[in-house]
Design a protein around this ligand. Structure first.
Ligand code: AMP
Ligand code: MG
Length: 412
């Protein structure tokens, strides 16, 4: 009898090899045009060119008086008032000035705005109290951006200021990479969805909701299967096929290691091509990555910490590529350990730590027991300490690379 496809049917590859293999298979999703109001946190898929000058006319940068800066007259006669939003065609010559509000169109002839605070107005006459330079408090045409200028490069993530800039340039719609839609399901005969009664031997499925939250935090749109999938080939195959009908990616948890009921690899090899089946990392050794009809599939290990750490290490950067981001990696830094961390040199290990800042700088504390089933090792953690393969325990006081799992990606 031939052995079913299990974790040990695949070569053990390094974290770097696994990422390289995966990265080669993904590219940004086809972009589409969306309303600007729905584009926040997406990535723009075209260079944004200013169609007009902004501001479109020379405008007052302060409330005051439009004057000719080099006008030698000691007193100037006021010719009227220019409010923002109206445009009366005044013209200023030496000896004259115009009361003007911030944003009002600078009248012809004037080249500066004397602030109210620096002048006295009395019976229709302006008495400047301070000298002023040409151009002072004036926003010239195109000061922010000139027509034809590239306001924003393709690949820019749209945060609040970028959305504002697009609005100011009158982009009511914008070409963006879509939010990746990701189908997620848990597999395991022992699993029960939250809220349903538990029978002896059963446990709660926490992965579906934890991963849905991780997907949302990564800017993806989760499509979660509420009920766990049984450990049978038919049920697993049906879940994966259903997922790919509407999603850009499918994620499962559980069923990827060595047990008799670990059938994900077997099923997936019938539907597509498994590119990664075993990685030398802890947690996450049996991580599975495949292409199914050209789309990415991740078989994450079942233990809750393993699935979230693998998500962080592999799924999240893939989602960022799909969504058009260039920056894929969160910042990491060498941080001093507050305590000894036990480490088996056979694999790279991602231990959950909490980095705190004291008078002496940043130090990393372990979050306690590091078992892959103990979600509390991740609750409250703000870092993953990367303990290298080939090295044993890390001593208190030693420095270790820590990936900051709450900080946004800063590296390509
Ligand atoms: P597996 O990878 O299927 O062998 O699962 C390993 C262990 O992880 C199981 O024995 C469960 O205790 C746990 N587990 C698997 N799936 C889930 C899940 N969706 N939610 C919570 N725990 C899980
Ligand atoms: Mg299982």
């Amino acid at each position: 009898m031939t052995q079913p496809l299990r974790a040990d049917s695949f070569p053990m590859i390094s974290h770097a090899q696994a990422w390289e293999t995966i990265a080669q298979t993904v590219e940004p999703l086809p972009p589409s045009r969306v309303e600007l109001a729905k584009a926040a946190n997406l990535v723009v898929a075209e260079d944004i060119v200013a169609r007009d000058d902004s501001p479109p006319f020379a405008a007052a940068g302060m409330d005051g008086y439009a004057v000719i800066a080099d006008d030698p007259s000691a007193v100037r006669t006021l010719v009227g008032e220019q409010e923002a939003g109206l445009r009366r065609d005044y013209s200023i010559s030496p000896g004259f000035a115009l009361r003007i509000m911030t944003g009002g169109a600078l009248p012809e002839g004037a080249d500066a705005v004397l602030p109210f605070e620096q002048s006295v107005e009395h019976e229709g006459l302006l008495h400047p109290q301070f000298p002023i330079k040409p151009g002072a408090n004036v926003r010239p045409v195109g000061q922010d951006i000139k027509a034809g200028e590239v306001a924003m490069k393709k690949g820019t993530p749209l945060g609040p200021p970028e959305i504002g800039l697009l609005a100011s340039l009158n982009y009511s719609e914008v070409l963006v990479y879509p939010r990746p839609r990701v189908f997620v399901f848990a597999s395991g005969n022992e699993l029960v969805r939250v809220g349903a009664p538990l029978r002896p031997g059963q446990i709660r499925d926490s992965n579906t909701l934890a991963l849905s939250a991780a997907l949302r935090a990564a800017g993806a749109e989760p499509i979660a299967r509420p009920d766990p999938v049984a450990d049978t080939q038919t049920a697993i195959e049906q879940a994966i096929r259903t997922g790919f009908i509407s999603a850009d990616m499918v994620i499962s948890t559980g069923g990827v290691s060595m047990g008799r009921r670990d059938l994900i690899k077997e099923v997936v090899s019938g539907l597509g091509e498994i590119l990664v089946g075993r990685v030398a990392i802890k947690p996450g050794k049996p991580l599975t990555y495949a292409l199914i009809t050209g789309k990415p599939f991740f078989g994450l290990p079942g233990f809750p910490v393993s699935s979230l750490v693998c998500f962080e290490q592999f799924v999240r950067p893939v989602l960022r590529i799909l969504a058009g981001h260039r920056l894929l990696w969160r910042p990491s830094m060498r941080i001093k350990l507050a305590q000894t961390l036990k480490h088996d040199p056979d694999r790279t290990e991602f231990q959950r730590v909490c980095v705190c800042c004291s008078g002496e700088g940043a130090v990393a504390y372990s979050t306690g027991g590091q078992s892959s089933g103990r979600l509390k090792s991740l609750v409250g953690a703000n870092g993953l300490a990367v303990l290298s393969a080939g090295k044993g325990d890390y001593d208190a006081g030693e420095e270790v690379e820590v990936i900051f799992i709450n900080l946004p990606e800063l590296r390509e």
